[in-house]
Design a protein around this ligand. Structure first.
Ligand SMILES: Cc1cc2nc3c(=O)[nH]c(=O)nc-3n(C[C@H](O)[C@H](O)[C@H](O)COP(=O)(O)OP(=O)(O)OC[C@H]3O[C@@H](n4cnc5c(N)ncnc54)[C@H](O)[C@@H]3O)c2cc1C
Ligand SMILES: *[C@@H]1O[C@H](CO)[C@@H](O)[C@H](O)[C@H]1NC(C)=O
Length: 432
């Protein structure tokens, strides 16, 4: 239940104009939440059209709870058939070489008001995009590339590549992992570093899988989820939409230092080479993958930014632009959406006259939680890549995918409402 019994209606107008850059999950989530909290919102996105790009993405119940509040479950209902349903299958964790199933981790029961959505990024994104644009009539302008960000003590302004400018009371820069806004906030460019890992990833139809008697069962009994974990690598394979689509990710060591990218082509021969000593079933699954659907994504790492807020307090970095996540945390998109909830609440609580303080209060409310969740990206990877198999014999639960309650059962909206006043006190104390 949402705070103040307010589940899907929109609050009275605040008169605050919020300009949002980027229509990813971060930008769209912030747009919907700012609309719910009574602000005037406009979104600018550089892509000339919204294409269903990407492959698997995860939203834990902490994000599902947010989607559920949008028009009384309407958005969550639209997402559900697109998401993996593991209610009967659970998650099989295999030892990498023998292939034995060490444990079957059961799936938590589907909570209607805090559902879990794992599905195709493009398909889930389309639901949110259409909701913001068609249901809420939020203006979303495509083909608008922002080149620079400025602010004074009255407003923040963005400038597009054609020289046109737009101002608002606040600018939310949800411009992704390669953010340009970061420079306005930090005053310098921060450089991505190699994380020492890369991921091969793919999404494809079950056509060849069901023709092979050894892989057919992954696709003909509803959705499935299997993981093989071993030294320095893990391979996660899932089937979606009643087994009709297949998706896998293979995290492995790779020291290449390139920019974050989604469309770097991968080579099947390299994947097969990496898996040559693993359970042959892994290679069997890999060989059903059309090579054109294979992406090689180098995982770069960024040091945490000292702040997400510009000097005058009117430009805010949100989502991946503020805090990129490693995929092993499975929380990057969820945290982008949580950010939007928090900033929307803080702006309403602060009001138009206290805007920079409200923006800084948002950062205070969010910063430490995000930091702690970012770390789980490394801890989960290390837990799997350095498994002590003799210990696992005695306690197979120890290699389950962590689903800590402090992450999953968190209600961002409630938390922002409850901690806002204290956060403002701390912000003001720091300024004295
Ligand atoms: C094309 C694409 C595919 C992805 N695929 C996956 C995936 O398969 N699995 C996964 O886990 N995550 C994927 N991600 C990342 C994932 O969406 C994010 O980690 C997460 O959802 C946080 O979202 P975000 O809104 O902060 O950033 P993003 O989703 O990266 O969105 C940022 C948006 O800002 C826009 N933008 C950037 N610069 C400008 C500018 N100067 N002017 C105007 N607009 C600008 C971008 O075009 C983009 O739409 C993908 C991201 C993108 C952009
Ligand atoms: C799921 O797929 C199986 C075949 O793989 C089919 O028999 C069943 O009817 C499908 N269920 C739904 C709900 O579509």
């Amino acid at each position: 239940m949402a705070t103040n019994g307010h589940t899907n209606g929109t609050r009275p107008k605040t008169g605050i104009k919020v300009v949002i850059v980027g229509a990813g999950f971060g930008g769209l989530g912030a747009a919907v939440e700012c609309h719910r909290q009574g602000h005037d919102v406009v979104v600018y996105e550089q892509f000339p059209e919204i294409k269903p790009l990407g492959d698997i993405i995860s939203f834990g119940p902490n994000a599902g709870r947010i989607f559920y509040r949008w028009s009384g479950g309407k958005v969550a209902d639209a997402m559900r058939p697109l998401a993996i349903d593991l209610s009967t299958y659970g998650f099989n964790i295999h030892k990498y070489d023998t292939g034995e199933i060490v444990i079957n981790q059961p799936t938590p029961e589907y909570a209607i008001d805090a559902p879990n959505f794992n599905g195709h990024r493009g398909e889930l994104h389309e639901v949110v995009y259409n909701y913001a644009k068609d249901d809420l009539k939020i203006p979303i302008h495509l083909g608008k590339k922002v080149l620079s960000y400025d602010e004074d003590d009255k407003q923040a302004t963005i400038t597009f590549d054609n020289g046109e400018k737009v101002s608002g009371d606040v600018v939310i820069a949800s411009d992704g992992v390669r953010s340009r806004a970061r420079k306005s906030v930090l005053g310098h460019d921060d450089k991505p570093k190699s994380s020492g890992y890369a991921i091969w990833r793919s999404w494809f139809s079950n056509k060849d899988m069901i023709e092979d008697p050894e892989t057919k069962h992954f696709c003909t009994n509803g959705d499935t989820f299997n993981g093989w974990i071993g030294p320095d690598m893990h391979f996660l394979f899932t089937t979606i939409k009643n087994g009709s689509d297949c998706s896998w990710v293979l995290t492995h060591r790779d020291e290449h230092d390139i920019d974050e990218s989604w469309s770097f082509p991968g080579k099947l021969s390299e994947v097969k080479e990496a898996l040559k000593d693993w359970d042959p079933l892994c290679t069997r699954i890999i060989s059903k993958t059309p090579e054109e659907n294979l992406v090689d994504w180098k995982l770069v790492y960024r040091d945490p930014l000292p702040t997400w807020v510009s000097p005058a307090g009117r430009i805010l970095l949100l989502g991946d632009s503020a805090h990129p996540f490693l995929p092993t945390s499975a929380q990057g998109a969820a945290q982008a959406v949580e950010d939007g909830v928090s900033i929307a609440v803080c702006l309403r609580r602060g009001g138009k006259d206290n805007l920079p303080t409200a923006v800084r209060a948002h950062e205070k409310i969010r910063y430490e939680r995000v930091r702690q969740i970012q770390k789980t990206g490394e801890t989960t990877r290390e837990m799997w890549h350095k498994t002590d198999w003799s210990k696992v014999k005695d306690s197979p639960e120890s290699i389950q995918l962590p689903r800590p309650s402090w992450i999953m059962d968190f209600d961002t909206e409630k938390n922002a409402e409850e901690t806002y006043d204290q956060a403002v006190k701390e912000v003001l104390a720091k300024q004295q």
